[in-house]
Design a protein around this ligand. Structure first.
Ligand code: C2E
Ligand code: CA
Ligand code: CA
Length: 529
């Protein structure tokens, strides 16, 4: 399989993953948030119902204590009836109180001394201490009441009172129930008996039979409450979460994917992109002037490669040259550079015969005779302007001097001169300068920029210049950005200079224009003199 296809597919896959993971995380978070919000929503109903039932029970107990203290001989005396009316008024959760005997109230806060039948008990709680009637019709056309009898004391409770405090939520069912027996005391809406049995802990939320169910248990009484809502009627509680989390997930996903594509494109696939770039002719050459520092005249140019991808992206040379070197592809780029120089050969005839061009070679170029062959062909076809070639070798490219030596010697035998590039930034510099015949030393821009500063490297340029003088080598300083730097280098005795102050890398046409303009100016000056 072509690496291009493999990489593309891999990139797309990885990018998709990068998109999916944060979006899925957001969805999971939204889902969790929704579950939590639903739990809280349904629990609040069950808790409120239970709280109100507990309050009713407290009031029933309080009333029962006082009614049971009435002397049994005269349970319906004036005093007793007044007490009942006061208790009724005082109790917010009770509709009435009375004195019970058998299946009727002998007297009550609402019917006075008229006996009121209450029927048989439906529930007997607390070891027979409390009798509960869940469906007592006290007056015709009235709803059923709940009548709770403790000893002789009866409390009448409106069955909806503990339940009807909420505005009607469609589909919401509520109930209070006796915990021990799981039998409902009050109920509103449809509830499955199985849900009561599911109540085992203090608080619990179930999702069952298409319902959201909360069951809560009283801490102090034998009672519990249930709230249930069909899932279809549950409001969308997570929209807030989704409004925030989903876009965050999406944006993160997109950012991840873009980053990933960027990383994959700039790292993993660079060698294959270089190959594609070579096929598509995306590489071009630029030329940076080198001036004679004594006269200020442009005497040479360094040839540098540029890569503009078909989508317009400019890849910096430091990136693609290093990638090509690492991938063992630098020879292809060097071959392309020499090829392109040959294509432009005609233009060079406009240059002075002593004009020089410098090209950069990497370690791999020095390990193959193909480089020598390519240079030989270039020189054979070249016009006078291209006769003076210099190859720039970095210390890095000379790590294996033994292997490089023969190629360098052959290159020199073509009349090509050799410069050591980036001098001082590598290691064991002196040894191969002595071993190889070298013509120039290029002082790295690092040391040029340190000139005149108090950086520890500020004196390196001076040392390199002295060394070059001792070895009888020419010096070229690169990266000169200011007139001051140019002045200092000149006074230190550097022969040639290169940098933005003289000209940034430019097209061949621009170089020719600049050189021609300079020559004309000199001619004019000479004529005027
Ligand atoms: P280098 O050989 O040291 O090239 C000089 C670099 O310094 C160039 O960067 C040039 O644009 C930059 N430069 C020129 N004047 C100034 C200045 O005044 N100030 C500063 N700060 N920089 C300046 P570029 O073109 O980005 O090339 C970077 C490196 O890539 C080169 O460093 C060279 O090692 C490598 N390279 C470029 N083209 C080729 C090539 O065709 N073949 C090989 N093997 N390597 C190349
Ligand atoms: Ca160079
Ligand atoms: Ca350099």
């Amino acid at each position: 399989m072509r690496p291009k296809i493999g990489l593309k597919t891999a990139t797309i896959l990885v990018a998709c993953l990068c998109m999916i993971v944060p979006v899925a995380t957001a969805l999971i978070l939204v889902d969790r948030q929704e579950t939590r919000a639903e739990d809280a929503y349904i629990l609040q109903y069950a808790r409120s119902v239970l709280a109100r039932s507990e309050r009713s029970a407290d009031q029933i107990d309080a009333a029962a204590r006082e009614i049971n203290a009435i002397p049994p001989a005269s349970p319906c005396s004036d005093d007793a009836l007044r007490l009942m009316q006061r208790l009724d008024l005082r109790s917010t959760m009770l509709q009435g109180v009375g004195y019970a005997e058998g299946d009727e109230l002998l007297c009550s806060s609402f019917a006075g001394r008229t006996p009121v039948p209450i029927g048989k008990p439906d529930l007997v709680t607390r070891n027979g201490g409390v009798l509960v009637r869940t469906h007592v019709r006290l007056f015709p056309h009235d709803p059923d009441y709940l009548v709770i009898v403790t000893g002789r004391a009866a409390a009448v409770v409106h069955k909806q009172l503990t339940l009807s405090f909420v505005e009607r939520v469609p589909g919401l069912a509520l109930s209070t129930f006796e915990w021990r027996t799981k039998r409902p005391l009050t109920q509103m809406g449809e509830l499955d008996p199985a849900w009561f049995r599911a109540a085992v802990t203090h608080e619990r939320v179930l999702r069952q039979d298409g319902h959201l169910i909360a069951v809560v248990r009283s801490q102090r009484r034998d009672m519990g409450a249930i709230a249930a809502l069909s899932t279809a009627s549950t409001p969308d509680l997570a929209w807030q979460a989704s409004v925030i989390l989903l876009p965050i997930g999406l944006v993160t996903g997109v950012v991840f994917a873009v980053l990933m594509i960027h990383v994959v494109r700039s790292r993993l696939s660079l060698p294959s992109l270089i190959q594609i770039g070579l096929r598509r002719n995306e590489f071009s050459l630029v030329f940076q002037p080198v001036v004679d520092l004594a006269t200020g005249r442009i005497v040479a140019a360094e040839v540098l490669m540029r890569w503009r991808r078909h989508d317009g992206e400019i890849v910096p040379p430091d990136v693609f040259i290093t990638a090509a070197e690492d991938a063992g592809m630098i020879r292809l780029l060097t071959a392309r550079l020499i090829e392109r120089l040959r294509e432009d050969v005609g233009a060079f005839s406009a240059l002075p015969a002593d004009f020089a061009f410098a090209i950069n070679l990497s370690a791999d170029d020095l390990h193959t005779p193909a480089t020598v062959e390519a240079l030989r062909r270039l020189l054979r076809d070249a016009e006078p302007g291209l006769q003076n070639l210099v190859v720039e070798l970095t210390e890095r490219s000379l790590v294996d001097v033994e292997q490089a030596r023969s190629v360098i010697e052959q290159i020199r035998s073509l009349g090509v001169r050799v410069a050591i590039d980036d001098f001082g930034t590598g290691y064991c510099s002196l040894s191969y300068i002595a071993q190889l015949k070298v013509d120039f030393i290029k002082i790295d821009k690092l040391f040029v920029h340190a000139l005149g500063t108090d950086s520890p490297t500020s004196s390196v340029a001076g040392l390199v210049i002295e060394l070059a003088r001792d070895l009888d080598l020419h010096t070229v300083a690169e990266g000169i950005e200011t007139e001051e730097q140019a002045g200092m280098l000149r006074s230190l005795g550097v022969d040639f200079g290169q940098g933005w102050v003289f000209g940034a890398p430019m097209t061949l046409e621009d170089l020719l224009v600049q050189v021609r303009a300079e020559r004309t100016a000199i001619l004019h000056k000479a004529v005027a003199a």
